[in-house]
Design a protein. Structure first.
Length: 335
């Protein structure tokens, strides 16, 4: 029996090599195509980016130029605003001077009228209690001895004194003199009290109480006042309100004497309304606490002009005196 001969198969024949060669050729062709096109894309991209950068630089220069123009305009406007503010300050100063002159003229006329009216008021009859104290045959020795026409019919007197630095340094000898004059026009009262503009008491042992009226006590008040310097915010409002709240009474006639030079803060109308509420009038329209006020021209001599705070003080004190049965006296010298 004949054996069949087996055919040997060669896997690396020509057909296989053709296929492999074609595959490699295709790959090489693709690589060549890609390498050839890539520089064109990069070159185009670089060109586009260069144009964009140039455009942005041009816009940046334009913006910088506009910024410089705006800065110059802003500087010019700021200088113009500064000049306008200076003009406004000068105009306000001129207005204050004019208003001050007008107020001073009006104040002299009003003061004269007040003096005439208050001189008549000073002639009112003594209360029954004062008649009993002084005797039925007493004739008022100090009828014409008034300070700006201040009525002297009160049985109790309270001093509200501004103890700020401006008053202490520039008007204190005059303050002592005026306190002494006020005490002199009251031969005898039932009580005295001294407070500063903050409502602090001169004598702590008499806090909230009346100081008995004796010659020795009067001397002690003046002596203590010469060196008395408690803290002050240079506003009489607190002292006035504290005095009325503590000492107001239906059966007493009380006079407040307010000494000061300026009113720096707060509303004038608010103070007037508060005092009117605390010091209500009785059925006859009379208020039990008279408020007499004295203005010391300290700030006028210090500034050489008409300070706003001094004008505010004068306006407040004049109105308080007018509505509370008292007198406002503006002194023309601090000596």
């Amino acid at each position: 029996m004949r054996k069949r001969s087996r055919r040997t198969i060669d896997i690396f024949n020509l057909s296989f090599l053709d296929v492999v060669s074609c595959g490699f050729g295709a790959i090489i062709l693709l690589l060549v195509i890609v390498k050839i096109s890539e520089p064109h894309v990069i070159e185009q991209l670089a060109t586009d980016l260069s144009g964009l950068v140039a455009k942005l630089e041009t816009e940046l220069h334009h913006i910088r130029g506009e910024t410089e123009i705006l800065n110059r305009d802003l500087t010019a406007r700021q200088e113009q605003l500064s000049e306008l503010r200076e003009q406004l300050a000068r105009l306000q100063g001129d207005r204050s001077v004019i208003l001050g002159r007008h107020a001073a003229t009006r104040s002299e006329q009003e003061t004269q009228t007040i003096i005439e009216n208050q001189l008549a008021s000073a002639k009112q009859a003594l209360t029954e209690e004062m008649r009993r104290l002084l005797g039925s045959g007493y004739r008022r020795r100090y009828l014409s001895a008034t300070i700006g026409g201040v009525p002297v019919d009160s049985e109790y007197i309270i001093f509200i004194i501004d103890t700020s630095g401006s008053m202490r340094q520039n008007a204190w000898p005059l303050v002592l003199k005026k306190v002494t004059e006020v005490l002199d026009i009251y031969p005898q009262v039932k009580g005295i009290q001294v407070m500063n503009d903050m409502g602090d008491y001169m004598f702590s042992q008499y806090q909230g109480k009346w100081i008995p009226d004796t010659p020795a006590r009067r001397k002690a008040v003046v002596a203590r006042l010469s060196g008395w310097a408690p803290f002050s915010n240079s506003s009489p409002v607190e002292g006035i309100e504290a005095a009325i709240r503590r000492f107001h009474a239906q059966d007493k006639r009380i006079s407040l004497y307010v000494f000061g030079d300026d009113f720096a803060r707060g509303s004038i109308q608010t103070v007037i309304d508060t005092v009117a509420r605390l010091n209500r009038a009785d059925s006859s329209g009379r208020r039990h606490v008279r408020i007499h006020t004295v203005g010391f021209p300290v700030l006028f001599s210090m500034s050489g002009g008409i300070p706003v705070n001094a004008m505010r003080y004068a306006a407040l004190m004049r109105k308080l005196a007018e509505t509370n049965g008292g007198s406002f006296v503006g002194l023309n010298s601090s000596r």
